[in-house]
Design a protein around this ligand. Structure first.
Ligand code: SAM
Length: 352
């Protein structure tokens, strides 16, 4: 099958179409948010995310764009209201705009509230306008530092000016932007004030993320990178007025408003706190593996039922079985006794 979508790919309605039931897990949580990693490849090699010499998946293992559209649409039929495309780097996948274009039809029908993406920004100058045309309104862009030399060191292969150019294009196209910054001890811990100030100037929200113990990353030691956000928040409060607000996404972030800038600041703290009780999300990898929790190994294969039949009955059944196993939460630990990864896959597999 070619890895690109025709414009008119609406699946024919059948009188015997399989029923799509809503997804309620064993703890009564309604799953309404799907994050989809569309590729394991990336044009950066961030030191906390990937080893430099990563081995990537062969093409045959990866869902085609048609298959990704079909599985995403099955989740939308089962009540997903928010879809986030991620990676690897989603914008380096060939023909990726055709997937956005096709998924945009669920915004038009009102079945989906939001289609969004997480990106490193390297391709935004090229795609920002197209994303808006497909119905994307907000994006997350990952930037850990505003120092070009440090940026090159953290990402190994990235160039800050190119990302900043992408952000200008995003603003010009009317996209709302949230910056994701991973807190790295001894690397960017002198930059939180500057980043908050810059986000205020640019009109961006900011989320600071604790580094998570995912995947073997070669020589780097997690304990050396880990910086609890309780410390970051306390330091920021010396200069900024941070007001707790009731903004929730169902995820592990807690938000405050920065009075001086009027922008939101989020803290993602899977290690010092976790907020699994309100988890509303599941994650699909580019091979069609569904992870019911970012911090656990259990997963369900959706590729086999997807490829086994043209109708979605087996796919719906596999999703229902997976949701029935969604765990209560994760238990990431980084301390002196737990230096290795808590889960063996890299963040680039499940998409962060
Ligand atoms: N390439 C895109 C990007 O850069 O945003 C999407 C994928 S990336 C894996 C998604 C997010 O996960 C990024 O913000 C990245 O910084 C974060 N991330 C990767 N590995 C992480 C780790 N071990 N702990 C915390 N965040 C991590």
């Amino acid at each position: 099958m070619p890895d690109g979508l025709a414009n008119n790919n609406t699946r024919p309605a059948s009188s015997a179409a399989p029923r799509a039931e809503p997804m309620i897990d064993p703890f009564g949580r309604h799953v309404s948010y799907l994050r989809v990693s569309v590729t394991d490849r990336c044009d950066f090699r961030c030191v906390y995310c990937m080893a430099e010499d990563m081995t990537f998946l062969p093409k045959a293992e990866i869902l085609s764009l048609e298959e990704l559209d079909r599985v995403c649409s099955a989740f939308v039929a089962k009540g997903v209201r928010k879809l986030r495309i991620t990676g690897g780097e989603p914008l380096v996948r060939r023909n990726i705009m055709s997937l956005f274009q096709n998924l945009g039809r669920h915004l038009d029908t009102g079945a989906l509230d939001e289609l969004t993406l997480t990106t490193n920004g390297s391709q935004l100058a090229k795609y920002a306008g197209d994303l808006v045309d497909c119905g994307v309104r907000r994006i997350n862009v990952s930037i850990d530092t505003l120092d070009a030399a440090k940026f090159a060191a953290i990402t190994r292969w990235g160039k800050l000016p190119k990302v900043l150019e992408g952000l200008d294009a995003a603003k010009a196209a009317g996209l709302a932007v949230k910056i994701n910054m991973v807190a790295l001890k001894g690397v960017n811990d002198d930059e939180f004030d500057r980043m908050l100030e810059w986000c205020g100037e640019q009109g961006f929200d900011l989320t600071i993320i604790e580094v998570m113990p995912m995947g073997d990353i070669g020589g780097e030691q997690r304990l050396d990178q880990y910086l609890p956000l309780s410390i970051v928040r306390a330091k920021l409060q010396e200069r900024w007025t941070l007001v707790d607000i009731d903004y929730k996404t169902g995820g592990p972030a807690r938000y405050v408003e920065v009075k001086e800038t009027g922008r939101k600041l989020g803290f993602i703290t899977p290690l010092t706190h976790n907020f699994c009780e309100s988890c509303n999300r599941v994650r699909l990898t580019c091979t069609g593996t569904l992870f019911m929790c970012l911090g656990q190994e259990d997963a369900a294969d959706l590729r086999a039922p997807l490829r086994a039949s043209d109708d979605d009955a087996a796919l719906f059944a596999a999703i229902d079985e997976a949701i029935a196993r969604k765990p209560k939460g994760h238990d990431f630990i980084i301390d002196r006794r737990h230096k290795g990864p808590a889960v063996s896959r890299h963040m680039s597999v499940t998409g962060g």
